[in-house]
Design a protein around this ligand. Structure first.
Ligand code: ADP
Ligand code: MG
Length: 369
């Protein structure tokens, strides 16, 4: 096992800045996810950790040893790619090959291949040619081969992306079980927020070559450091509405409508020199009610808007509400929705608990409160 530290890593390809000043510390034995949209630099970062790519600037440390100039073979890592690359031979041979090159005896190879194959659930197929396997089993073989090397670190680059949605869910929980048995340092790259949220001990959220936030699933979901993190996580992503602080009574307003009156919040924002900020809240943290709301309630944000669009997702509804030219989304389970009997173009009152909202700086999109 090993801990990994990246210090001021930048990488350019011609005029493309794939990574910009990345700093990360990955702890010994943790499953660390790197999450971000396609093209944000995830694979490049992983390849730099593996030693397959040299950073333009910055250093890579394994257990405080500078490995920046140490080639991939010597770093002792195993990488599992999005598209499995298997040898055109049997499952057994695929898993055995790294062991042969490590100089294991024939008996030890047999024993170890069986062990690993059982662990990933491919032991029944050892004698089969890999061409005979389905996609999920092929990816299991790739996983088993990576494990055969007994590396110090596993690097997974979107290993479930090629699987169909049903198999992906099964493999996701298989991976979770596997990680509990392995207790190894695993860096798991994905663009799929559910994979990152469910599997990882900690997540780094990336965008355009920059790490926007590092934290536990709970942190990045509930307390996003930036509007990008709030928007990228969640289905739908976080709602953002531009609000102003009223200088007279310190209330918070959307356009001319007062939605919140906690002078402490208003004062704090004005003290920071911010009279316009972005209000952020999650669609599932909104309660809809028909009766008029008490705008003076200290502990609630209260918004009276008009329902524009209602979307049905099978398990839940998403209701799009407009206020003063801004739209936000509310997520309701089916029974909540049915009780309310909502219809498009009708008025509705929305309520968000004050401890469930965030405020972001409009200039740099960073969270203030
Ligand atoms: N070998 C390369 N040559 C030129 N550009 C590259 C190379 N590898 C990656 N890039 C560019 O760097 C950026 C980040 O790519 P990548 O790390 O593959 O992102 P991700 O894995 O998050 O999709 C992209 O703009 C991509 O086109
Ligand atoms: Mg990639």
């Amino acid at each position: 096992m090993v801990s990994i530290k990246l210090v001021d890593i930048s990488k350019t390809f011609g005029s493309i800045e794939a990574l910009k000043n990345v700093n990360l510390e990955i702890h010994d034995g943790e499953l660390f996810a790197i999450l971000g949209p396609s093209g944000c630099g995830k694979t490049t970062l992983l390849r730099i950790i593996a030693g397959l790519e040299k950073p333009t600037k910055g250093r890579v440390y394994f257990d405080d040893i500078d490995v920046t100039n140490i080639p991939a073979e010597i770093r002792d890592v195993s990488m599992v790619f999005q598209f499995y690359a298997l040898y055109p031979t049997t499952v057994f041979n695929n898993i055995a090959l790294p062991l042969k090159s490590k100089g294991y005896s024939k008996i030890d190879i047999e024993k170890r291949v069986k062990e690993i194959a059982e662990l990933v659930g491919i032991d029944k197929a050892l004698k089969l040619h890999v061409d005979k396997l389905n996609v999920a089993d092929k990816q299991k073989v790739a996983l088993a081969r990576a494990m055969a090397k007994e590396p110090r670190v596993y690097l997974f680059d979107e290993p479930l992306t090629i699987l169909d949605p049903v198999t992906r869910v099964i493999m996701r929980s298989e991976l979770k079980k596997l990680q509990q048995k392995l207790k190894q340092t695993i860096i798991y790259v994905t663009h799929d927020q559910i994979e990152a949220l469910t599997l990882a001990d900690r997540i780094a959220v990336m965008n355009f070559g920059v790490i926007e936030q590092v934290g536990t699933s709970w942190d990045v979901y509930n307390l996003p450091d930036t509007t990008f993190v709030g928007w990228f996580l969640g289905e739908p992503g976080m709602n953002f509405i531009e609000v102003a602080v009223d200088r007279d009574d310190l209330s918070i307003k959307i356009g001319s409508k007062k939605i919140f009156r906690d002078p402490r919040v208003g004062k704090k924002l004005l003290d920071l020199g911010l009279d316009k900020v972005l209000l952020g809240f999650r669609a599932e943290n909104v309660v809809l009610v028909r009766e008029a709301l008490d705008v003076n309630a200290f502990n609630n944000i209260t918004i009276d808007g008009v329902i524009r669009v209602i979307e049905f997702f099978g398990t839940h509804y998403v209701v799009n509400i407009e206020i003063e030219g801004f739209e936000f989304k509310v997520k309701l389970n089916v029974s909540e929705f049915n009780k309310l009997m909502l219809s498009e173009n009708s008025k509705i009152n929305a309520l968000v608990k004050a401890d469930k909202v965030c405020f972001f700086n409009l200039d740099n999109n960073r969270r203030i409160l």
